[in-house]
Design a protein around this ligand. Structure first.
Ligand code: 5GP
Length: 185
């Protein structure tokens, strides 16, 4: 279905409002800053879903950071994981001997993150940690360690705050459950 009307009409229910998101992100930022005292951190923003989260998270950090971007293909226009992951845009900087924090929007089956962590480990960072805004444990297929987690959610397809359906709705300032009739499957 082509989106029409206001973007908010695609949302059945707001799951996590903007204030709740920002409060939790400040807490994560405090924890990450404390754990990385004396270090410079390379934030890897996983495009496109993590862009808003990365932008807000980095403003809460008081240790030196550099930010880099990695683009990976995930669901395409579907709401189900294919398990096929492809790097469509690689990092610009080397991460060897750097303290790396991968910033991910949501961990669902875990396949994407598992693939990414394996690929990044080969580049020999000094440390490699994960900060994920959301996780859906119900559909996990591989175990992945999330060092910093915003929220655990039930098995809904969510949009907003960077998360899309068919590349739309990323601009919603909250996390919402998509109306089933918006999903064309
Ligand atoms: P996984 O490989 O863990 O199954 O999926 C991770 C990726 O799938 C996420 O980075 C995200 O792009 C996408 N994804 C998983 N669940 C959702 C969801 O509820 N909403 C949206 N918009 N994307 C999701």
């Amino acid at each position: 279905m082509t989106p029409s009307g206001t973007v908010h009409e695609a949302v059945q229910r707001v799951l996590i409002d903007s204030d709740t998101l920002q409060n939790r992100i400040r807490e994560l930022g405090r924890q990450i800053s404390a754990d990385h005292a004396g270090q410079e951190v390379t934030l890897i923003c996983i495009l496109k879903g993590s862009m808003l989260f990365t932008a807000d998270l980095m403003r809460t950090l008081d240790v030196p950071v550099v930010v880099d971007f990695m683009g990976i293909s995930s669901y395409g226009a579907s709401t189900k994981s294919s398990g096929v992951v492809k790097i469509v845009k690689d990092l610009e900087e080397r991460i060897e001997d750097r303290h790396v924090l991968v910033v991910e929007d949501i961990v669902d089956t875990g396949l994407t993150l598992n693939y990414l962590l394996n690929a990044l480990t080969l580049r020999k960072p000094a440390s490699l940690k994960v900060c994920a805004l959301l996780e859906k444990p119900a559909r996990r297929k591989v175990e992945v360690k999330i060092d910093y987690l915003g929220f655990t959610i039930d098995d809904h397809f969510v949009i907003g705050y960077g998360l899309d359906y068919n590349n739309h709705y990323r601009q919603l300032p909250y996390i919402g459950i998509i109306r089933p009739e918006m999903v064309s499957e």
